[in-house]
Design a protein around this ligand. Structure first.
Ligand code: ADP
Ligand code: MG
Length: 694
């Protein structure tokens, strides 16, 4: 038997059962089975009493006797029911599926142990399909008993817990021949790991809780370690092997703009980040950098300055945003800033007119166009550059990895890539998900910004909230009212927004109100935006289309209606629309009176902190990492045992360990790292999901 052996040949399985297991559980080799971990463990040293049962759905073990068995007919179905007594009371054991053979096997009036899940049937505790043991128990049975993930389909066909336990026991006997060590001596000592063989033994049949925990720790560590190692090696490889266009020059475009057109002093963080980017782009290696900075931290200016460096070196740039509004806004902003510089900038989105499109295509190919701002329309194959040297992606979390890859292909030598995100993702997630990118962080807000004050208000406070808004407007400020997308159907959403609009109109009769929602045509959106941005309207009523990027520094109040319906990162993004000027800003979260506990946590988090990183940590705890990354990308962080929330410490530790090892031994050539290298080559190389991209 080796790891690749089909489970068909494992004692006790056979071809028919093997097929079933493969189909239902996706387990087909001995190795798969060893990695088929128990869901939980039953402590066989504990014997429960019937009179003390109180939890439905927990696995328990009881000791007693079956006193009678009978078949019960209800309608067309028959079930088998047995009375079980211990010295404290009695309960029913039930079989909904049974054979004559099974019925005859059930021991009556004998001392037995039964175990299984507790259920409630006819208002009484019962145990469906219990496992029964007649023998007196030996001491060795007092280990923790594994409970494997199973399904009704399997149980019905005899593949119950006892079956899996027996099969795994058989395989575990072979562990000395199957499992090789993959961690070197020095790590074993340092981290006090169980040996790999003992790890597998104890994950299936833990000697005690302590051994289970050690085994669990080691498996998690391994999973994180080799994952991180893969990325670190890839990154190293990229840095030594891949080509990129070096941008050695900082020339007139950059310095001229910096001296004459920069409307404000850069923050220290912006300067630092810019330096990191410049260092990267100087090298003949493609830059792959993630720029994280909370909403309002000034990423756009960094992007623009970076594009000017590309120009100084004779290259074109593009900047891609996830929505039309945002692309349009970037375009307007950049065009305004570059107005005296003669730099040619254009906007390409889904609604760009054919005539303009034609000019863009031509100018891109002949090199006249230096900066292209747009939506994913930029990705289309038709869009060809003469020499794309830099691609910037705003709000990276909205784009898939595949789209990033498409940009790479837009130039023979791949362009430098800068991805920007205002949704700070939790550090553990960043370490896993973005581990192929270098990370820069803008951790400082432009001077003079006051932290936004966030308050939670309910329906009964509405009059007060409106009054407050009026006061702010009288001070010369502007107000957003945001409505959630509640219904699946667009018409209902629209209706919802309209009711909101009417309500606001009734309560603010003296003011100009404008509206923005996703179904408006681009030029309508544009008109609505500029009506508000220019200050002509005091109030904007909107859906979440304003979530990203919209920039009106004079707006100081955001009222979010039905705030309990928004996700945390969405709330944080929305809140980022205010607090962009020098005035004190406010975010008011309106909710109904009854809140679920998750909603309460979200609202409370929002009122307590403005720190995007803290918020993202809470968000990940509430939603899980897959949801945060979005459907396109959630599969990327499917770990077997590792939990990105619970195991943050392990992830940090393994990252540090990997970095330390590669620092002195980047090729894993040292003999004491041989075990790591061999295991990595065997199991991880080529399995990396993004290996094709980079
Ligand atoms: P984000 O990082 O959310 O994309 P923006 O780039 O939109 O933020 O910047 C938010 C606002 O802050 C803009 O109005 C921008 O002009 C302004 N800003 C950016 N950097 C500075 C700075 N160093 N000093 C003052 N204002 C700045
Ligand atoms: Mg932005």
């Amino acid at each position: 038997m080796n790891l690749e052996t089909s489970i068909e040949y494992v004692k006790g399985i056979g071809s028919e059962k093997a097929k079933l297991i493969k189909n239902v559980l996706g387990v087909s080799t001995v190795e798969d089975l060893l990695n088929f971990y128990p869901l939980r463990y039953l402590d066989k040293s504990k014997v429960h009493k019937v009179s003390q049962l109180n939890n439905v759905n927990t696995d328990v073990q009881l000791k007693g006797k079956i006193t009678s068995i009978q078949e019960v007919q209800t309608g067309k179905t028959k079930r088998l029911s047995a009375k079980f007594n211990d010295d404290t009371g009695s309960m029913d054991l039930v079989w909904f599926q049974y054979s004559k053979w099974l019925k005859e096997q059930i021991p009556v009036n004998k001392e037995i142990y039964i175990f299984g899940k507790i259920n409630v049937f006819n208002n009484q505790f019962s145990m469906p399909h219990p496992e029964i043991e007649v023998e007196e128990k030996k001491e060795s049975d007092n280990r923790l008993r594994p409970i494997y993930p199973s399904s009704e389909k399997l149980t019905k066909r005899g593949l119950n817990q006892k079956f899996f336990q027996t099969v795994l026991k058989n395989i575990c006997k072979e562990i000395p021949n199957l499992i090789e060590e993959n961690m070197p001596e020095y790590m074993m000592k340092h981290f006090k790991f169980l040996s790999r063989q003992h790890t597998y033994l104890n994950i299936h049949f833990p000697k005690d809780i302590e051994h289970f925990e050690k085994a669990d720790y080691r498996l998690k560590f391994e999973e994180s370690f080799f994952f991180q190692l893969g990325y670190a090696l890839k990154k190293l490889h990229h840095k030594t092997q891949s080509h990129g266009n070096p941008f050695p020059i900082v020339g007139d475009f950059f310095t001229g703009f910096y001296k004459n057109n920069l409307p404000f002093e850069l923050t220290g963080a912006q300067k630092r980040v810019l330096k990191e980017i410049r260092q990267d782009m100087k090298k003949p290696i493609q830059m792959n950098r993630l720029l994280q900075g909370d909403v309002g931290s000034g990423k756009t200016m960094v992007a623009l300055l970076t594009m000017l460096i590309a120009m100084d070196n004779g290259f074109q740039s593009c900047m891609m945003a996830p929505t039309e509004i945002l692309a349009q806004q970037h375009y307007n902003g950049i065009k305004d800033l570059l107005v005296d510089t003669g730099v040619n900038v254009r906007l390409l989105t889904g609604s760009t007119k054919a005539s303009e499109r034609k000019i863009i295509h031509e100018q891109l190919e002949n090199g006249e166009l230096s900066i292209l701002v747009g939506t994913h329309a930029i990705l289309e194959d038709k869009v060809k550059f003469k020499n794309l040297g830099l691609a910037i992606i705003d709000e990276q979390h909205r784009f898939g990895v595949a789209q990033r890859a498409k940009l790479w292909a837009k130039n023979k030598i791949p362009p430098h890539i800068l991805v920007m995100t205002a949704t700070p993702i939790p550090r553990t997630l960043a370490m896993s998900f973005y581990s192929d990118l270098d990370v820069s962080v803008i951790d400082e807000m432009p001077v003079g910004r006051k932290p936004i004050i966030t308050a939670h208000r309910r329906e009964k406070d509405r009059a007060y909230v409106y009054n407050f808004c009026r006061e702010e407007i009288q001070k010369g400020r502007q107000v957003y009212f945001v409505y959630p997308l509640i219904e699946e159907s667009e018409t209902l959403d629209y209706k919802n927004l309209m009711v909101g609009l009417e309500n606001v109109m009734d309560n603010f009769p003296k003011y100009n109100i404008t509206m923005l929602h996703g179904k408006m045509k681009p030029d309508e959106k544009d008109a609505a935006m500029s009506y508000f941005a220019s200050g002509k309207a005091e109030i904007m009523v909107a859906t979440t289309v304003i979530e990203v990027g919209v920039n009106v520094p004079n707006a100081s109040v955001m009222v979010i209606e039905s705030a309990e319906r928004f996700g945390l990162s969405q709330l944080h993004q929305l809140r980022g629309r205010v607090g962009r000027g020098a005035e004190q800003s406010y975010c008011i979260l309106m909710t109904s009176d009854k809140l679920s506990s998750d909603s309460r946590t979200r609202i409370k988090t929002m009122t307590e902190t403005n720190d995007g990183f803290k918020i993202s940590e809470v968000d990940m705890k509430l939603r899980g990492p897959g949801d945060i990354l979005g459907t396109q990308q959630s599969g990327v962080v499917d770990f077997k045992r590792l939990d990105l929330v619970e195991d943050a410490q392990i992830i940090k530790l393994t990252k540090k360990t990997v970095d330390k090892i590669l620092e002195t031994d980047p090729l894993l050539a040292r003999s004491d790292n041989l075990l790591i290298k061999n295991y990595y080559l065997k199991y991880y190389r080529g399995k990396n999901k993004w290996s094709k991209i980079s």
